[in-house]
Design a protein around this ligand. Structure first.
Ligand SMILES: *[C@@H]1O[C@H](CO)[C@@H](O)[C@H](O)[C@H]1NC(C)=O
Ligand SMILES: *[C@@H]1O[C@H](CO)[C@@H](O)[C@H](O)[C@H]1NC(C)=O
Ligand SMILES: *[C@@H]1O[C@H](CO)[C@@H](O)[C@H](O)[C@H]1NC(C)=O
Ligand SMILES: *[C@@H]1O[C@H](CO)[C@@H](O)[C@H](O)[C@H]1NC(C)=O
Ligand SMILES: *[C@@H]1O[C@H](CO)[C@@H](O)[C@H](O)[C@H]1NC(C)=O
Ligand SMILES: *[C@@H]1O[C@H](CO)[C@@H](O)[C@H](O)[C@H]1NC(C)=O
Ligand SMILES: *[C@@H]1O[C@H](CO)[C@@H](O)[C@H](O)[C@H]1NC(C)=O
Length: 808
């Protein structure tokens, strides 16, 4: 705080004057109050107000280079957390700006040039002081202690415990991550007395919470109480007059919490973890982030990668590469030109909410498509593959999102002449993951002071929803149009996918495998035969055992895996599906599976080549890369669930290729969805959570990979039982862990030579072997949260990859 240098100093009561003089000497002590006639200057960092318990601070908060907003924030949280701002859409200069308590009762925020940027509505009142309370409420009071103005009445995006949320208040999101200016998402009491979330965008307004498809009653709310008041208490319980109630997952007293309308459109309750002074989410309104409306603008689609990201469909591009709110613009003319020939592009599991031009139920796919063809305003239609025949024709594409749970697909109407294959030809080679382009944050807006300007304000902007654009071109496929552009059946669509992946006839495969003569192996899922296709490609054909899936379901799943393409994953060339037979056609791997090389069967006459150290390291790294790809990079997040040496195939160069991943069920990303009930896997490689009946996550694969990695180093089956000291039977893994765990942390005691396969006769890279053992042990931790991710494993292996082959 600073005392005013001229005008009002004489009107100060003597005691205050004394204080004021004192403060200019001991100005490093933060203050509890600001008095009438004085001001707080932006330069004066020591003059900021704090609440008596020091938890909250009020003052000028930096929002950009030389740009500040008068704000309240948590004093000690990591990087500060702003809870309130006076005018967040207008920052002030870092010099000469101030907040003043005027004698006429007003509290005013002024910029360098004296312009009033914000003020209270307290003209003519007998203002005495401004105080920051322990609750985080900033109050302006008169000498009698009456509150004339309080920050709790005008929240920005945050509601604090015991702060009443009323018909006059709103929470409005910030524009983007790390940004402070007002965005488009709003939490408010609607006219029907219910609390809602709405997107108030530049082009559309759209309610998205509670679920707009349901009635208020079905959503558990009521509309008869017009009080319109809501509050959350110190326990973390939120109660509203419309019957909405929820509690923090860590409900209880003594925890700091805040309810925030986040920049991504979700409403979240955060609890403070005081050990790290960081915030953890203890409740959120929308578990599926992409169901927030307006996230990706017009024509944009929210996809999980697995983080929610915005993308443009084929035939569209970002309108403004810096702003997803502006959505995507078509690369073709959307005129109602009947002479223009059109086709439809399928976007699986994609929804565009609202703007229904056509709605029909119980109609066939062709009827739905024709309805959309006939109306030139129809830009796309949504139809359920599940077969209840719901048909929605859209005249505008908003609120697009792709969800693995969504039983419908969107069919985009595009001009026939438009060549969308250019997308898949652009950077990024992988068809499943699309090409991912990362753009750097940009956009700074320079505001120059007029007149004898000295200061320039620079506001930095971060990109709203991240800037990764995933092209869809490769997950849709063409419907090749025959007569008047009408596909004869969905099956034609499948056949039209590039020759890379296709449907085979049973006869073709019977011929290729010479009537299923040359058996390569048997697994839990079926028998594998060697075959040669008519184009001389050598393939492995797997005859699936039990047929439980419906044909359509089988297609859908297989097609997904057909689009997965990574050098360390066995390529699926196609499938055959009839009433009796289900077969998969795979790439053939010359050197068979890893187990044959690691644990050769001495009884077998054919000897598999012994694996030297370089091969072992390459196999470990390649396998890790393949798994990391399945876990982290694929759009269809896949958990393998049955990692073992039998499922690691080796090609002619001994490059590993993971097999059988196609048969684990597609996992739904995140939260409650990441569970499945069926037990899969092989004893000895299965993570403990299978037995404990815990939700299955990608960490089960990390566990299995750890076992395989240790087996690669040691050259023996660790899942086998061994007798120790002629007394105790334990698995090889348990024994290894017992031996190694005691010494692994100690560089002097740990002797990697004791672990490495003796058959290598000491020809191995010590650093690589040590890294592999360490990774292997961290992967088989009982607590899955302590296991690394596959990305981290790849990183760690890459770090010792280029070590020149220093043999020890
Ligand atoms: C906090 O600030 C540091 C350094 O300025 C930065 O590296 C870190 O990411 C920030 N953390 C958060 C949560 O913003
Ligand atoms: C100031 O505004 C608040 C909220 O809009 C209102 O409740 C209050 O009566 C106003 N005060 C004066 C003095 O106008
Ligand atoms: C309306 O809600 C308020 C606050 O929850 C409550 O005090 C009041 O009794 C309710 N009125 C009716 C008619 O239920
Ligand atoms: C769209 O139409 C305008 C004029 O009508 C033309 O100049 C433009 O090239 C067309 N764009 C495309 C992509 O066909
Ligand atoms: C309609 O499309 C045809 C073929 O694309 C084109 O030749 C014609 O100029 C278009 N007409 C209008 C009015 O855009
Ligand atoms: C589409 O573009 C790709 C790449 O530019 C090209 O190879 C292909 O022949 C084009 N297809 C058509 C139908 O024009
Ligand atoms: C691919 O990316 C590289 C660099 O990342 C760039 O130089 C090149 O122009 C890109 N090619 C295409 C077709 O976008």
């Amino acid at each position: 705080m600073r005392h005013h240098p001229c005008s009002s100093i004489l009107s100060f009561p003597p005691l205050l004057l004394l204080f004021a003089v004192l403060f200019s000497f001991v100005s490093s002590t933060p203050q509890n109050a600001l008095y009438e006639g004085s001001f707080l200057a932006v330069e004066d960092k020591s003059g900021i107000l704090t609440s008596p318990d020091k938890f909250f601070t009020c003052g000028f908060y930096p929002v950009g280079i030389n740009a500040f907003c008068f704000s309240i924030w948590y004093t000690n949280t990591a990087n500060g957390t702003v809870v309130w701002m006076a005018n967040r859409d207008r920052a002030v200069n870092g010099h000469g700006s101030k907040i003043s308590l005027l004698k006429n009762g007003l509290m005013v925020l002024t910029d360098l040039d004296g312009t009033s940027v914000w003020s209270t509505n307290t003209t003519g009142t007998n203002v005495q002081k401004l105080e920051l309370l322990n609750s985080g409420n900033l109050i302006l009071t008169d000498p009698q202690g009456n509150i004339l103005w309080q920050s709790f009445d005008s929240p920005t995006d945050t509601l604090l415990p015991n702060q009443a949320f009323t018909k006059n208040t709103n929470l409005i999101s910030a524009k983007g991550e790390g940004m402070y200016s007002s965005g488009y998402f709003r939490f408010f009491f609607d006219n029907d007395n219910a609390l809602k979330l709405i997107y108030n965008g530049p082009e559309i307004d759209s309610l998205y919470w509670p679920n707009p498809d349901n009635t208020l009653y079905v959503n558990g709310r009521t509309n008869y109480n017009s009080t319109r008041i809501a509050l959350f208490d110190d326990m973390g319980r939120f109660l509203s007059s419309d019957q909405l109630s929820f509690s923090a997952s860590d409900m209880g007293i003594g925890i700091r919490r805040r309810l925030v309308m986040d920049y991504d459109g979700n409403l979240r309750l955060y609890s403070l973890d005081e050990s790290t002074m960081s915030w953890v989410v203890s409740w959120e309104a929308l578990p599926e982030q992409c169901s927030v409306h307006g996230l990706c603008g017009k024509n944009g689609i929210c996809v999980y990668t697995p983080k929610p990201q915005c993308s443009c469909p084929p035939g569209y591009e970002m309108t403004d590469p810096q702003d997803w709110n502006k959505g995507c613009k078509p690369l073709f003319n959307q005129s109602c030109n009947q002479t223009q020939e059109v086709r439809f592009l399928m976007l699986p599991q994609t929804q565009f909410y609202g703007y229904d031009l056509i709605y029909q139920s119980s109609v066939s796919f062709n009827t739905c498509m024709n309805l959309c063809l006939e109306s030139c305003y129809c830009q796309a239609f949504i139809y359920g593959l599940a077969g209840d025949g719901q048909c929605y024709g859209k005249d505008a594409l908003f609120n697009g999102y792709r969800s693995p749970n969504f039983p419908y697909s969107a069919y985009l109407k595009l001009p026939k002449s438009l060549n969308t294959s250019v997308y898949s030809a652009s950077n990024g080679s992988d068809p499943t993951c699309g090409s991912i382009r990362t753009e750097t944050p940009l956009g700074s807006y320079v505001y120059t002071q007029s007149g004898t300007t000295t200061w320039v304000y620079l506001y930095s902007f971060a990109l709203a929803i991240g800037a990764i654009e995933v092209f869809f071109a490769s997950f849709g496929w063409w419907f090749l149009f025959r007569r008047h552009g009408v596909p004869t059946s969905v099956e034609d669509g499948y056949q039209a996918i590039a020759s890379q992946f296709r449907k085979f006839t049973y006869k073709e495969l019977k011929k290729a495998t010479n009537r299923f003569k040359d058996e390569l192996g048997r697994g839990s899922s079926g028998v594998v035969y060697k075959g040669v296709l008519s184009d001389n490609r050598v393939v492995a054909v797997k005859k699936l055992g039990d047929i439980v899936q419906g044909e359509e379901e089988f297609w859908a799943e297989v097609t997904t895996f057909g689009r997965i393409n990574h050098m360390n994953l066995v390529r699926i060339w196609g499938f055959c599906s009839g009433s009796v037979h289900r077969l998969l056609v795979y790439e053939y791997a010359e050197n068979g599976s890893l187990d044959r090389h690691l644990f050769p069967d001495v009884s077998k006459s054919i000897k598999s080549p012994f694996l030297q150290w370089e091969d072992r390291f390459r196999i470990a790294l390649g396998t890790a890369k393949g798994l990391a790809y399945l876990h982290h990079e694929c759009l269809e997040w896949v958990i393998h669930c049955d990692m073992k040496p039998e499922n690691i195939l080796l090609d002619s160069e001994f490059e590993p290729k993971i097999a059988d991943f196609g048969l684990s069920k597609l996992s739904q990303r995140g939260g409650a969805g990441s569970e499945f009930s069926r037990i899969r896997g092989t004893k000895g490689y299965m993570a403990p959570e299978w037995a404990l009946n815990l939700p299955i996550t990608a960490k089960v694969d990390v566990y299995s990979f750890g076992v395989v990695l240790l087996e690669i180093v040691k050259g023996v089956r660790l899942s086998n039982w061994v007798l120790v000291d002629d007394a105790v039977e334990m698995t090889g893994l348990t024994m290894l862990l017992r031996e190694v765990k005691m010494t692994i942390g100690n560089e002097e005691k740990f002797c990697v030579e004791d672990v490495v396969d003796p058959q290598l006769k000491g020809k191995f890279n010590r650093k690589q072997a040590t890294t592999m053992v360490k990774i292997g042990i961290s992967c088989v931790k009982e607590d899955r949260n302590k296991r690394p991710t596959m990305d981290a494993v790849v990183q760690a292996l890459l770090e010792c990859k280029d070590d020149t082959m220093k043999m020890v």
